[in-house]
Design a protein around this ligand. Sequence first.
Ligand code: GLU
Length: 324
Amino acid sequence: MKKHFVLAFAVFFGLMMVAGAASAETKFVTIGTGGITGVYYPTGGAIAKMVNNKRSEYGIRATVESTGGSVFNVNAVMSGDLEFGVVQSDRQYQAIHGMAEWEGNKQEDLRAVFSIHPESVTLAAAVDAEIKSIMELKGKRVNIGNPGSGQRQNSIDALEAAGIDFEKDLVAEQVKAAEAPGLLQDGRIDAFFYTVGHPSGAFKEATAGRRKVRFVEVAGPGIDAMIKAKPYYAKSYVPLEYYPGAVNEDNVKTFGVMATFVTSAKVPDNVVYAITKEVFDNFEDFKKLHPAYAVLTKEGMLEGLSAPIHPGAMKYYKEVGLIK
Ligand code: GLU
């Protein structure tokens, strides 16, 4: 009897210690994304899924947070509030070089992990607002994006390149992209910009309502000159196949950037290594997690990075020969 009791006690203690050790070793990491109708949010989910599949091996538990977008994510990763963030490539460039929101304040601890899907600066307008070119935004009510988003500066750059001062020549709303489709459908704005991968829930919502919506080209000589002048912009388009409700007939010309995955120099190598390895080792499974990933290649995922690559990611790229 006594023997049994001692044994039971020993087993109980043993289990407690195992459980204690496991929880002590579990490393919780959070990925900052964007609005839930964007592509960053499911992207954070896709990356988290890859590494959580191997939770028992790595002891990493990744979760996803919906945020205001790229600028918020850079700042939260730098302050240690988040371990990872999805960030536009132009914002990564500006943060590491001390430009735009980081003017004179280089984010030296910012580290690149990989690039993900392409994003297009997408302009959608109500047909009844009669906006067929970016020039016709003059005098209209337009959402340019919230402070903290990556897209806000893209909207401002596009407007400036078209000779429009966003503070004087139109009524600029600065709400989160997730709210814009509803405002457009309710007649409270005439148009909105959103820098996002396609397909996105936001444009599905915007083009599926009663108020008819058209995508407007963000193109022309002024825009061409701007793309040439800024190293992080490239020509792009909005693929119409995903938005049967829009009144356009062809893909719509614009410019764009890449979504990238970033972290801080302070995040341990083994954590960054594990995430990188799981995404790349299971690349075909990863690609199936969102239609915006259809164009991804492993080599392409190492382009568009301006911050130094985190040593944990670099270890993996060297191991598999993606970087020599
Ligand atoms: N590119 C957007 C931003 O940082 C977010 C897009 C998304 O959530 O998919 O402003």
